[in-house]
Ligand binder design. Structure first.
Ligand SMILES: NC(=O)c1ccc[n+]([C@@H]2O[C@H](COP(=O)([O-])OP(=O)(O)OC[C@H]3O[C@@H](n4cnc5c(N)ncnc54)[C@H](OP(=O)(O)O)[C@@H]3O)[C@@H](O)[C@H]2O)c1
Length: 395
């Protein structure tokens, strides 16, 4: 069989670099590692030491350059900023090439779904939001619904942290701009069958995550899952929500930064330079993350998701809960980069091998077969546990 060829956009990013590694190590894929910076893309290829990685400089927002870079590839995966999805995906459809990304942050996902007919007509599958969350969480929702006779409520929770007690802020290992957006933009939920926006950080709820996270206080934040899961899982699903249980230190840090105006995109003049507080914070964050990365790898970091699927079975209330657990690995990297980077690699392999046959713009719950997917995650020590709770009566 020919070798799979994948174009990874944002290949040297915190997530993209690990997707490139997984594609090469697990599938011996040929990877075009594209990034805004050729130096970073080259450094990535050198670090991996594999001849089947071709580093290129690409601004994926430029359709002509993207078309040139995507010549002859089987899959285009966008691992860069979510606003790019709506620029890259139409080009993939036009080229007749399968596509995946890491999520459209609710509103962009809804826009992407409007391309369904175009994708179907082109015979293309566009998998929207196939990381950890969105991604693994969506597949858990579908898996849970299959265990029940009908589904009513899907509640998703996320937490992360380190095993070592510390007063220092743990760095969320995904784009800090996403964290800043999560702290400032209105979340969408599905409530009694209707999509609606709710205030940022509302919906406070205590939830028990696996140890050492334990009991956390979680709040609604903006995420892609509620944009699709009720419609695509169906079976009566009326409520879908996503809550995040920040480690207390991080929550306090980001909330203070928000209150101080650091999330603003409006440029200010300081020290002779004109820069927005958000751009400045992003640059500072990246600098600090780079210098702390070595230390972070030696600490027990974890990333957890919990998905509760509530409904009924045999005429009685029932619930299926999934726990997705990832720890850092000195070779395979920090947890949230591992659990987010691997699903696009599995998806590319399945698209290439024809294991995904549905066409159109599809969220993961609509096109990824849960159990084989969980087993593939397990091969990388990304662990999915399923817990069933229902009552049987004998009278
Ligand atoms: N689904 C999930 O579970 C999940 C989890 C975490 C994160 N995410 C999402 O994943 C995305 C990437 O996160 P990350 O932490 O890897 O971000 P990151 O570290 O900032 O990496 C993104 C990379 O893409 C590059 N890039 C930006 N614009 C580009 C363009 N027009 N053409 C080509 N390359 C471009 C960036 O270059 P510069 O640095 O020069 O801009 C950077 O190297 C974010 O949107 C984030 O929200 C999803």
């Amino acid at each position: 069989m020919a070798r799979m060829k994948v174009l990874v956009i944002g290949a040297s990013g915190q997530i993209g670099a690990w997707t490139v590694k997984d594609l090469v190590e697990f599938y011996d894929a040929e990877v075009i590692a594209a990034d805004l910076s050729l130096e970073r893309a080259k450094a990535l290829a050198e670090r991996m030491g594999k001849e089947n990685i071709t580093p290129i400089k690409l601004d994926a927002a430029d359709p002509a350059a993207l078309k040139k870079a995507a010549k002859g590839v089987d899959v285009i995966h966008n691992s860069a900023w979510y606003e790019l999805n709506i620029k890259v995906m139409p080009v993939a459809i036009e080229l007749g090439v399968h596509y995946s990304d890491l999520g459209g942050f609710y509103d962009y996902t809804l826009k992407q779904l409007e391309y369904d007919k175009k994708a179907k007509d082109a015979g293309v599958t566009c998998v929207l939001g196939i990381g950890s969350s969105p991604g693994i969480t969506n597949v858990c929702g579908e898996a849970g619904a299959r265990r029940l006779d009908s589904t009513e409520t899907i509640s998703i929770y996320c937490s992360w942290g380190t095993k070592v007690k510390t007063d220092n802020a743990a760095f969320p290992s995904y784009s800090v701009r996403t964290v800043l957006d999560e702290m400032t933009q209105e979340p969408g939920i599905v409530d009694k069958g209707k999509k609606k926006k709710v205030p940022v950080l509302s919906g406070m709820k205590e939830v028990v995550m696996p140890e050492p996270s334990g009991k956390v206080v979680a709040y609604y934040i903006k995420h892609s899952e509620p944009a699709t899961m009720a419609d695509f899982i169906g079976r009566g699903t009326k409520n879908v929500s996503f809550r995040i249980g920040f480690p207390a230190n991080d929550f306090a840090t980001f909330r203070t930064l928000a209150q101080l105006g650091f999330m603003s995109e409006e440029k200010i003049t300081a020290g002779g330079a004109s820069v927005s507080p958000k751009d400045f914070l992003t640059a500072m964050y990246l600098k600090s993350v780079e210098s702390s990365r070595g230390a972070a790898q030696s600490v027990d970091e974890f990333d957890y998701f919990r998905v509760d699927v509530e409904g009924s079975k045999d005429g009685r209330p029932a619930m299926v809960t999934y726990y997705v657990k990832t720890w850092n690995d000195s070779v395979k990297g920090i947890p949230s980069a591992r659990d987010t980077s691997v699903p696009p690699s599995i998806t590319a392999d399945w698209l290439f091998k024809g294991k995904i046959t549905k066409r159109g713009t599809l969220p993961p719950e609509a096109c990824i077969e849960p159990e084989p997917f969980f087993k593939e995650l397990g091969r990388r020590k990304i662990m999915v546990d399923e817990e069933l709770q229902y009552t049987k009566t004998f009278y």
